[in-house]
Design a protein around this ligand. Structure first.
Ligand SMILES: NC(=O)c1ccc[n+]([C@@H]2O[C@H](COP(=O)([O-])OP(=O)(O)OC[C@H]3O[C@@H](n4cnc5c(N)ncnc54)[C@H](O)[C@@H]3O)[C@@H](O)[C@H]2O)c1
Ligand SMILES: O=C(O)[C@H](O)CO
Length: 324
């Protein structure tokens, strides 16, 4: 008999077929409060779990006595209780690398659209206000040759540094837990402490995972250290930035603007002040959302689960210590 797995995301037909060759698939389109009881019931027999979104915490894992492997269709895994999974020998797989370049493109889109006020000015023109050449009230800021500060020089940070250095002639500074020799040698990037990064950057780009250490890493004190002409970009995870502090800084024009793809609570409420501030570009968590990359992420996650349950895991594992 094939092992049972739960799928909680709609997959392209070919990828679903690939899963079905190996497993009996119990499908849920996504996890909602309405289908939670059915999901918890299905978990009783599931050996694998694949999908994205939702909190897979201890209360969920307690309902999954047969679970051997979990495969998230994302690189971030802050919504999983990895510690409990590791204690129970459950393999946690994720999808690094396949989305790196696409997310770095999204960061550049946010840098350009906030600095050059692309969304605001396009809306202004669309509303019929374009009667002649625009005046300085609609001017933006240059991006080229400005200093980019990358917080988290990992895979995405490095792809961003490449774009900023090679494409826009931007000096690159960064903070991480340790220096990244590749960033230094390829992009002439300079490792510095967080305070220096905040004080010197024209664009502070957050590309960090959400952990206990990074939660609210950017709050009142850090925003106060940024230049009034600087822009904060967050494509890491929402809770890395204290949203209330950010809204305050933006309203008081203590920083120039913000480009945000991630928020403390998603979806961001339609009545959030962030949607009303003209100096904010707020995207609905679309960092990796292209047809090609979302397909590649799903394919990677499918292969990850098949390998974790039927083969030998060598890559894409968050907790390799559980592999025997
Ligand atoms: N917006 C999106 O759609 C989207 C898409 C992909 C990834 N992400 C987020 O981006 C994050 C980064 O992805 P990645 O593939 O570059 O991961 P990565 O692991 O390659 O890079 C993260 C970097 O952050 C550093 N870091 C971790 N904790 C730190 C701390 N306390 N202080 C300083 N540096 C610290 C790590 O050393 C690492 O170099 C993911 O964890 C995810 O949360 C968002
Ligand atoms: O972590 C990731 O892969 C993105 O944020 C999509 O969830």
């Amino acid at each position: 008999m094939k092992p049972s797995i739960i799928l909680y995301k709609i997959l392209p037909d070919d990828l679903l077929a690939r899963l079905e060759q190996h497993f009996t698939v119990l499908p849920f389109n996504r996890l909602t409060s309405e289908n939670r009881q059915d999901f918890l019931l299905a978990l009783k027999q599931a050996q694998g779990l694949i999908g994205s979104g939702g909190q897979i915490d201890k209360s969920v894992l307690d309902c999954a006595p047969a679970l051997k492997a979990v495969s998230t269709i994302s690189v971030g895994y802050d919504n999983f209780d990895v510690q409990t999974m590791t204690e129970r020998g459950i393999i946690m797989m994720h999808t690094p690398t396949v989305l790196t370049e696409t997310v770095a493109d999204t960061v550049m889109a946010l840098i350009l659209s906030t600095a050059r006020r692309v969304v605001e000015v396009a809306e202004w023109a669309k509303s019929g206000q374009w009667k002649g050449s625009v005046g300085s009230e609609l001017f933006g800021l240059d991006v080229h040759h400005k200093t980019i500060g990358i917080l988290g020089m990992g895979r995405i940070g490095l792809a961003l540094a490449q774009r900023a250095h090679g494409g826009f002639n931007m000096p690159v500074i960064y903070n991480d837990r340790q220096p990244n020799p590749e960033a230094n040698s390829r992009f002439n990037a300079r490792f510095c402490d967080l305070d220096t990064l905040l004080a010197e950057s024209d664009f502070v780009c957050v590309s960090l995972p959400l952990t206990e250490q990074t939660h609210h890493l950017i709050s009142d004190e850090q925003l106060a250290k940024m230049k009034p002409s600087a822009i904060l970009i967050n494509t890491g995870r929402g809770p890395v930035v204290d949203e209330a502090a950010l809204i305050k800084a933006l309203k008081q024009k203590r920083i120039y603007g913000a480009g945000l793809d991630v928020f403390e609570k998603e979806p961001l409420s339609a009545d959030s002040e962030l949607f009303r501030l003209p100096n904010v570009v707020a995207l609905p968590h679309i960092g990796s959302a292209t047809h090609e990359t979302r397909y590649n992420m799903a394919a990677c996650a499918v292969d990850n689960l098949i390998t974790a349950l039927t083969g030998k895991v060598t890559v894409n594992c968050v907790n390799p210590q559980v592999i025997k």
